[in-house]
Ligand binder design. Structure first.
Ligand SMILES: N[C@@H](CCC(=O)N[C@@H](CS)C(=O)NCC(=O)O)C(=O)O
Length: 271
């Protein structure tokens, strides 16, 4: 369980549930899904990643790696979305009882590829960061991995790196398709669980990129089911900015027309 020591007394004194999260972050979406499913009241602290609010001193004093989400539950601080979602439900809740821990782990492992492909196929459509902001992030943020990612992004990702991420993502989705192909409604069986929570943001994100989900019909039907739940509306859709979504859509369409969308990076064996 990823409990860490809160650095300042003000955090330790916080009562109830406080969530530091970003509207479009898949890790935050996961946590908000569970909060919605469990109808938990929480205080929201929005961190605007596009504005580098995760690089501030005050935020890095909460999350030592300067990532979202972070959550305080009655003065105790937790990070790592996959651990947080296991903490929130009651011990005897279906969310916990029907989860498959290995699927939660896989969602965690899929995170870096989701990030790479999101930046390549969606967020690159946003205006480029100005040099001053880029430099400021390199100075202010303490997480070397994040800083290197920004450098790589500005230089352009190598084709190999993108193809490998696409291949690994394809394997993950294929595994989910295989699980669902026995006709079950949810990843853990007949009952919605944390396994579904963990993978919902991934499907949603790749769907925005026009990932070829027509090749995994069980998975596509599963997503139709989970996205009909009220929690999907509350945890994902209401946090999406219409203008941003329009820009992402336009960028996806543009790459499709140019023949450089995500489908152009799958090898024949994949797609
Ligand atoms: N394993 C961590 C990953 C956290 C993570 O990577 N968060 C992303 C958003 S989903 C983030 O803060 N990214 C900031 C950045 O890329 O600059 C978790 O599941 O909580």
């Amino acid at each position: 369980m990823a409990e860490i020591q809160a650095k300042n007394q003000l955090l330790k004194n916080l009562k109830g549930i406080h969530l530091w999260h970003a509207p479009m972050s898949s890790c935050s979406q996961r946590v908000r899904l569970v909060l919605a499913e469990t109808k938990t009241i929480y205080e929201s602290h929005v961190i605007n990643i596009a504005k580098d609010e995760h690089a501030t001193k005050s935020y890095q004093a909460i999350h030592p790696n300067g990532l979202v989400p972070a959550i305080i539950i009655d003065g105790r601080l937790f990070i790592e979305s996959i651990d947080i979602i296991e903490l929130l439900p009651e011990n005897d809740s279906d969310l916990l009882l029907h989860r498959d821990v290995s699927l939660l782990k896989k969602a965690d492992q899929a995170q870096m590829d989701l990030k790479l492909l999101s930046f390549e196929f969606l967020f690159k459509g946003a205006p480029l960061q100005i040099k001053e902001d880029f430099d400021e992030f390199q100075v202010n943020h303490k997480n070397d991995q994040l800083k290197q990612f920004r450098v790589d992004l500005s230089n352009g990702f190598e084709r190999d790196r993108i193809e490998n991420a696409v291949a690994r993502t394809h394997n993950h989705f294929q595994k989910l398709e295989n699980i669902l192909s026995d006709g079950r409604h949810f990843l853990g069986g007949a009952i919605y669980s944390l396994s579904d929570v963990a993978w919902t943001p991934n499907f949603h994100r790749f769907n925005l990129m026009n990932w070829p989900f027509e090749d995994t019909p069980y998975l596509r039907n599963w997503f139709n089911r989970v996205s009909e739940r009220e929690s999907f509306e509350l945890a994902l859709l209401t946090w999406e900015n219409k203008d941003v979504m329009r820009d992402l859509n336009n960028y996806t369409r543009q790459r499709k027309v140019l023949g450089t969308d995500v489908r152009a990076f799958g090898t024949l064996a994949n797609f």
